[in-house]
Design a protein around this ligand. Structure first.
Ligand SMILES: N[C@@H](CCC(=O)N[C@@H](CS)C(=O)NCC(=O)O)C(=O)O
Length: 215
């Protein structure tokens, strides 16, 4: 199973990100798995750089990650995954058939829904002091993990028999859920799936923050 890129950009891709952002890590992880040349630029989120005119010209939603690939600007983590897969590794990370592509899209939607509002939000509370109700976001994270645990009884990867964009999009915030006081103890299949992602050639972790259950 060769999952690396089949073509390369003329100049390194520029990734505007933030090292402790799981959304940003999705893009960084996929660039590494594809083996593409890129430069990481840390955006000063605490200093408000995402609201500067220069950054707003890249992403009016004021968020990382954003990539610049030559003249092409792509904002939003899952949009970046779709772009990179289509552009540099067609057929390798996104099934070509309608039902297979829809199954991956279902998990990209989950990455921007239950993942962002569950384990991601729980970690935002403990790591960045976000004003969410901890019980609510932790409960949402556990509902997501239960869905994943059931699904992973049928196959080793979230959306297909092989790794797809679904696995990359969901990985980071699930791996770092304990930082938000979301225990993974009750989900052995999810933990085994995390280990499978971590065993992919080129895998790079996001730095662990000593918060929540990781404190
Ligand atoms: N739907 C977006 C969400 C990205 C996002 O939430 N980015 C956060 C960092 S994790 C951000 O840039 N926040 C800046 C701010 O809220 O001011 C994506 O998938 O890229």
């Amino acid at each position: 199973m060769n999952l690396t890129a089949t073509s390369r950009p003329e100049t390194p891709i520029l990734l505007h990100g933030f090292k402790l952002s799981g959304h940003s890590h999705r893009a960084e992880l996929f660039l590494e798995l594809l083996g593409l040349p890129y430069t990481f630029r840390q955006v000063d989120l605490a200093g408000g750089e995402q609201k500067s005119p220069a950054f707003l010209a890249l992403n009016a939603f004021r968020q990382v990650p954003v990539i610049e690939d030559g003249d092409t600007v792509v904002a939003d983590s899952t949009a970046i995954l779709v772009y990179l897969a289509q552009r540099y590794a067609p057929g390798r990370w996104m099934p070509q058939d309608a039902a297979g592509a829809a199954e991956v899209q279902r998990w990209l939607s989950a990455a921007s829904g239950p993942v962002a509002f569950g384990p991601c939000a729980a970690r935002l509370v403990t790591v960045f002091g976000a004003d969410f109700n901890p019980d609510e976001v932790i409960a949402r994270a556990h509902r997501l993990l239960a869905v994943m645990e059931n699904g992973l009884a049928q196959r080793e990867w979230l959306a297909a028999a092989v790794p797809t964009l679904a696995d990359i999009a969901v990985y980071t915030y699930v791996a770092h859920a304990p930082e938000g006081n979301v225990s993974l103890d009750a989900y052995p299949r999810v933990r085994a799936w995390l280990a499978r992602v971590e065993a992919l050639p080129g895998f790079v972790p996001m730095p662990v923050t000593r918060a929540g259950l990781r404190a």
